[in-house]
Ligand binder design. Structure first.
Ligand code: CMP
Length: 140
């Protein structure tokens, strides 16, 4: 299996509850390595650009409000089949549907305040990584 990269966000509901370390520990224990990480306050422009694919969805405005409501931690994760591995440990988008032992089952408050984001394909991972990180910020 190839070693690949994915993009992760620890969302404002998790940073507010001081769960950055707990979430990162679960990512690491699942076999992923943090090869870039920074804590930022997303601007409105960044949130709208990042989630542009959801522009027509009814929750777009509230999603951007939420993602700019507090600090987030953006990360690049590396490992075998990183996109799938990260999605497995994150669990379903809606915590009500998330499996035991996943990050969202353990920590998420709601479908919006669901603690983490993870890329859904290798192509989106590359775009999302480039959205937040310069090449020299990623040290594998
Ligand atoms: P994320 O992986 O960050 O990508 C889009 C986000 O929209 C998703 O996680 C959810 O947290 C959020 N969201 C809010 N409401 C909904 C909804 N009704 N359906 C899907 N995603 C939603």
């Amino acid at each position: 299996m190839a070693v690949t990269r994915t993009f992760s966000i620890i969302k404002p509901d998790a940073t507010r509850r001081n769960l950055t370390g707990a979430v990162t520990q679960m990512l690491e224990e699942s076999g992923l390595r943090v090869v870039a990480s920074k804590r930022i306050r997303m601007s409105r422009e960044q949130a709208e650009g990042f989630y542009a694919v959801h522009k027509e969805r009814p929750f777009y405005g509230e999603l951007c409000d939420f993602m700019t409501s507090g600090p987030v931690v953006v990360q690049v994760l590396e490992g075998e089949d990183a996109v799938r591995r990260n999605r497995d440990i994150m669990g379903a988008t809606n915590p009500a549907d998330a499996a035991e032992g996943t990050i969202r089952k353990s920590f998420a408050e709601s479908i919006e305040a669901n603690s983490v984001h993870g890329s859904d394909s290798d192509e989106n991972a590359a775009n999302e990584i480039a959205f937040f990180f310069a090449k020299d910020e990623i040290v594998g």
